[in-house]
Write a protein that binds this ligand. Structure first.
Ligand code: ATP
Length: 314
C-alpha cells in the first residue's frame, strides 16, 4: 500500500440489525487531499465517518487508516486523528483555553506544551480574545471553530469533520471554510461529510456522491459537473398548478429539443444546456411564459439530481 494513502477502504459495509446503512463502498484518500462525502440525510455519511474514526466497527470490509488496520489498531489510529463530530461536545462549564488544555491531557501532552498549543490554536481559529471566557455564551460559529481547534490539539495529519457547518448562518460558514482552507494549505488531510453542495465545491479536491449507502459517483467537483451535467442551466419557474399533472407534461413536451435534458421539479423546470442565453431565447420564441427565468452555471446539486432524480436538501 502506498504510504501516502491516508484512508483505504474496500467493500466497507455497516449494518444496524437488518438495515444496511453503508452498502459496500471503496474509498482511497491521499495525503494532503480534502476529500468529501456528499449526500442527503441518511445516505450513510456519518456511519462511514464513524468507521473511519474507529468508533464503530465495520460489519464487513477492509479498512486501513494511516497505514494501520482499523480492526486491530483502533486506539493507535484514534490518537493520531482529529475529529470534529456533528454535534459539538465542548465542556460549557470550562473556558475556551481550558477546553483545549483538558482535551490535550487525554493525549498525554505535557501541561506547558498544551498551554502553548492552546494559545496558538485559539489564534488560528480567531478566538484569542475569548480565551478565558466560558464556552456557553459563544455563537454557534465560534463553538464550531473551537471544536476545530480542539481537534487539532494532538497535531493530527488527518482531520475528520462530520457536517462542519450544518446549522450555521452564511457568514459563520464562510469563516469556518476559510479556516479549513488554511488547514488544507498547511498540508493537513481533511475528510468531511456534507449535504451542502457549495461546501463540497469550495473545500473538496475530490469527493464521492453517496445515496442510500452507496457511492454513485466519484471525482473532483469540476470533473463531476463535466461528466454528469451541462455547462449551464436555465431555470424556468412556474406556478405549482402549471407543473402538476398533464399540464406539466405538456410544458416539458413543448420544450422538446431546446436542451440536452429537462428536469422537472415541483416549482420549476431545469433545462440543461451549454448555452443558457440561446436556450432562453429559444424558449421565448416558442411563446412559453414562465414567471421567471434564471441562467446559472451547473453545480454539484445538478449532478446529484441527475444521478438520483432527487435534490440534496429537500
Ligand atoms: N445506530 C444506529 N442504529 C440504527 N440505524 C442507524 C444507526 N445509525 C444510523 N442509522 C441509520 O443509517 C442510515 C444512515 O445514517 P447516517 O447517519 O450514516 O447518514 P448520513 O448520511 O450521515 O445522514 P445525516 O446527515 O442524517 O447524519 C439512516 O437511515 C440512519 O437512520
Amino acid at each position: 500500500m502506498s504510504s501516502d494513502l491516508m484512508i483505504s477502504a474496500t467493500g466497507l459495509v455497516k449494518r444496524f440489525g437488518s438495515f444496511t446503512a453503508v452498502a459496500g463502498i471503496d474509498v482511497g484518500v491521499q495525503r494532503g487531499e480534502a476529500f468529501g462525502f456528499l449526500g442527503p440525510n441518511g445516505a450513510g455519511k456519518s456511519s462511514t465517518m464513524r468507521m473511519i474514526g474507529c468508533v464503530s466497527p465495520p460489519t464487513e470490509g477492509r479498512l486501513s487508516i494511516l497505514g494501520l488496520d482499523a480492526a486491530t489498531h483502533g486506539p493507535a489510529i484514534r490518537s493520531r486523528l482529529g475529529v470534529v463530530p456533528q454535534q459539538d461536545s465542548l465542556d460549557v462549564e470550562l473556558s475556551l483555553v481550558e477546553n483545549l488544555t483538558v482535551y490535550a491531557r487525554y493525549f498525554g501532552i505535557p501541561r506547558q506544551v498544551a498551554r502553548d498549543r492552546a494559545a496558538e490554536l485559539l489564534e488560528f481559529v480567531q478566538l484569542t480574545d475569548r480565551a478565558d471566557s466560558k464556552v456557553e455564551p459563544l455563537s454557534g460559529g465560534m463553538k464550531r471553530r473551537l471544536t476545530i481547534a480542539r481537534a487539532l490539539v494532538n497535531e493530527p495529519d488527518l482531520v475528520l469533520l462530520d457536517e462542519p457547518t450544518t446549522g450555521l448562518d452564511p457568514q459563520a460558514r464562510h469563516l469556518v471554510w476559510e479556516r479549513l482552507y488554511r488547514l488544507k494549505q498547511r498540508g493537513v488531510t481533511l475528510v468531511l461529510t456534507t449535504h451542502y453542495m457549495d461546501e463540497a465545491e469550495q473545500l473538496c479536491d475530490r469527493l464521492v456522491v453517496m445515496d442510500a449507502g452507496r457511492i454513485v459517483a466519484e471525482g473532483s467537483p469540476s470533473q463531476l459537473i463535466a461528466r454528469y451535467s451541462s455547462r449551464e442551466v436555465v431555470e424556468l419557474r412556474f406556478g405549482l398548478d402549471d407543473l402538476a399533472g398533464p399540464a406539466g407534461a405538456e410544458l416539458v413536451k413543448a420544450l422538446d429539443g431546446l436542451a440536452d435534458r429537462v428536469e422537472p421539479l415541483p416549482d420549476r423546470l431545469l433545462l440543461y444546456t451549454d448555452d443558457g442565453d440561446a436556450t432562453t431565447a429559444a424558449v421565448s420564441a416558442r411563446h412559453i411564459e414562465p414567471t421567471s427565468v434564471l441562467v446559472r452555471r451547473s453545480t454539484l446539486e445538478d449532478v446529484f439530481l441527475h444521478l438520483t432524480g432527487r435534490t440534496l436538501v429537500d
